[in-house]
Design a protein around this ligand. Structure first.
Ligand SMILES: Nc1ncnc2c1ncn2[C@@H]1O[C@H](COP(=O)(O)OP(=O)(O)OP(=O)(O)O)[C@@H](O)[C@H]1O
Ligand code: NI
Length: 627
């Protein structure tokens, strides 16, 4: 028997009811036995009283005051109008004492089995109209309903499970002075937090006007369960914390952005409330260039951050260096003192042998370097309010730069696409975040973005692993073009594409620059660079060795640096002569010219590092031009 006693009391009630019903129907039912009908504990319903306070179900969300039914609904229910003078002021009905007990019925009413008995315990009148007075008062009173409520009989048969007696709802008005005192004394509900500022004033005001409103006392809200976080609506300390976090991380222009979608994005990003990464755990500019040193490299007329003239270059890179810290104290000097400018509407092609640091340079500009990387120098990105891409924190880069001010076509698109989402989903998400397209237009905008990069529409619902290398490349290109960022960095955008797709991509990118966007394209494809680029920058062992106008570079007089000349001569359509030797290891660079070991013109002077002057970094540049 111990186990039957341990059953929840609710089950016991149900069992009692089931058996009583079966008995009424005269059916066999389940024979009452110890297992089917456990003895009811004495004393009415001790189960509820015995339940610990914290396990009690919460109060229901129900209005405390009396409800009025609109006249129109009354007519629809075919109920007679309210009797004048009765219940008009919300007086509640209280059944006579003899009818109040559980199970008490009117002695003159019909039996429970009477034919035509109404579900509410009274036979329906002959005229088919149901009158309030026909409903047994005890029935209504047991359910906390009032006889004055015209539609009370149509309410749910019984209260929802978990409801408790609505004490405030049925309590009559008390003395006004006591009510006011109670309202002032009542602690604010835990789930709502203490009202602050003007809200506190309003609460006080409401309490003072209790005499004029119908509320009895402010009903307590739902207390939060023990140990659980508070409700989202934290109008106190929560908001202050949010503000503090955002204000520290975001420039004011973004903070004030009026568009709701941007506000939502900002909140979501701000939700990643993570502490700043420790030194060495992120792309940290560990040794910011001293202002004096940076100034020494500035072009005439160029200023520092915030003082730049609006007409300056779109991207201004100065003395950019990237080191990778390696085990054993070694370091890889992937990028060394690179300086260049890129104007709006200009395409700069960055060319060089594999491993010379082109992709690392692009990653540095977008803050995508791994944790063991250290950067130096500056990279000011315009237009307008200039941001130093190397000095900006991850939050600024993520919120305001990547995708919005600088797009990237990555070298390995398959690795950059989200593997668990279709291309369509990623395109639509990017469109939604970066452009002002209404929800209904997302699909069409995503398809248009795909078409722009020659991505076939019937492949849009595929996942990245279902794409060929060329298709993944086009998907990445489509994603990069969505935001229409002023600067686009394309890291080998034509790799893996067929000739006609190369042509199409080149045309698309060229058109992108013609629209006024700046394009830094990293490529091995010198033929594509010739078609696309306005200027060419040649990189060797992490350094720029030549920067030239494209027509002069590819045409006459041709490259001035021996390495650049060797690159062109290696093309099949030219001399098809490879450059002898191999590039140096980036963790063991020589002090002087890195190309000297492979250069037929090298002399003793090449043991000193040549500076990039006049667009070329070579002690023998003039000789190269004459050759
Ligand atoms: N995370 C890293 N840790 C250490 N060294 C790295 C890291 N990433 C790149 N490097 C090194 O930096 C150098 C430049 O790499 P990068 O990817 O920029 O070459 P690349 O010029 O883009 O070559 P490719 O044309 O083949 O893409 C390489 O020597 C490479 O080994
Ligand atoms: Ni690369």
């Amino acid at each position: 028997m111990a186990d039957t006693h341990a059953r929840p009391a609710r089950h016991q009630d149900r069992a009692h009811r089931r058996v009583r019903r079966a008995g009424r129907r005269g059916g066999p039912g389940r024979p009452p036995g110890p297992a089917a009908l456990p003895p009811r504990p004495a004393g009415g319903r001790p189960d509820r009283q015995a339940r610990p306070a914290e396990r009690r179900p919460p109060l229901r969300h129900r209005r405390g005051g009396p409800r009025r039914a609109p006249a129109q609904r009354l007519r629809a229910a075919r109920l007679p109008p309210r009797r004048p003078g009765r219940g008009a002021r919300g007086q509640r009905y209280r059944a006579p004492r003899r009818l109040r007990g559980r199970g008490a019925r009117r002695p003159d009413g019909p039996g429970r089995d009477a034919p035509g008995r109404h579900v509410h315990g009274r036979a329906a009148p002959a005229d088919g109209h149901l009158h309030r007075r026909d409903v047994p008062a005890g029935h209504l009173a047991r359910r906390g309903l009032r006889r004055t409520h015209p539609l009370g009989v149509h309410r749910p048969h019984r209260a929802r499970r978990g409801a408790v007696a609505a004490r405030q709802a049925v309590r009559g008005r008390r003395d006004l002075r006591r009510r006011l005192a109670d309202a002032r004394r009542l602690a604010p509900p835990a789930a709502r937090g203490a009202p602050a500022g003007r809200a506190r004033g309003r609460a006080h005001g409401a309490a003072c006007h209790l005499a004029r409103v119908r509320a009895v006392v402010p009903r307590p809200g739902h207390p939060r369960p023990r140990g659980q976080p508070r409700h989202h609506d934290q109008r106190g300390q929560g908001l202050a914390r949010h503000r503090r976090m955002v204000a520290h991380a975001v420039p004011r222009t973004v903070h004030r952005h009026p568009h709701p979608r941007h506000r939502r994005t900002r909140r979501r990003l701000a939700g990643t409330d993570q502490p700043p990464p420790p030194i060495g755990a992120g792309p940290v500019n560990d040794a910011p260039t001293a202002p004096g040193r940076r100034d020494g490299l500035r072009e005439p007329g160029a200023g520092t951050r915030g003082q730049e003239p609006a007409e300056g270059p779109l991207l201004s890179v100065r003395e950019l260096s990237v080191r990778f810290l390696m085990p054993g104290g070694r370091h890889v000097a992937a990028v060394n003192s690179v300086s260049f400018d890129l104007a709006a509407g200009e395409c700069l092609a960055l060319v060089g042998e594999s491993g010379c640091g082109k992709s690392v340079l692009a990653s540095a500009l977008l803050g995508l370097l791994p944790g063991n990387a250290r950067t130096r120098g500056s990279a000011l990105l315009g237009p307008g309010d200039r941001v130093d891409l190397l000095g900006a924190g991850e939050t600024v880069l993520a919120r305001t730069v990547r995708g919005r001010r600088a797009g990237l076509i990555p070298q390995s698109p398959a690795a950059h696409l989200t593997p668990v989402r279709t291309v369509r989903a990623q395109l639509e998400e990017t469109v939604r975040e970066l452009r002002d397209v209404p929800r209904g237009g997302l699909r069409a905008a995503g398809e248009a973005a795909a078409a722009r990069a020659a991505f076939p529409a019937d492949h849009l619902d595929r996942y990245p692993h279902q794409l060929s290398g060329g298709l993944a490349q086009r998907a990445a290109t489509a994603l990069a073009l969505v935001g229409g960022a002023p600067l686009l960095i394309a890291d080998e955008p034509t790799t893996g594409l067929d000739r006609d797709l190369v042509d199409r991509t080149v045309d698309e990118l060229r058109g992108h620059t013609d629209d006024g966007h700046g394009l830094l394209v990293i490529t091995h494809d010198l033929a594509a660079a010739e078609r696309m680029a306005d200027r060419v920058a040649v990189m060797y062992a992490g350094r720029l060795v030549e920067v030239a106008e494209a027509p002069a570079f590819f045409g006459r007089p041709g490259p001035r640096h021996p390495y650049a000349r060797g690159l062109l001569d290696a093309l099949p359509e030219r001399a098809f002569t490879p450059i002898p030797g191999l590039p140096p290891e980036l963790d063991a660079l020589p002090d002087g010219c890195a190309f000297a070991a492979r250069c037929e013109r090298a002399t003793g002077v090449c043991r000193t590092l040549p500076a990039l002057t006049g667009g070329v970094a070579c002690h023998h540049a003039e000789e190269a031009v004459d050759a």
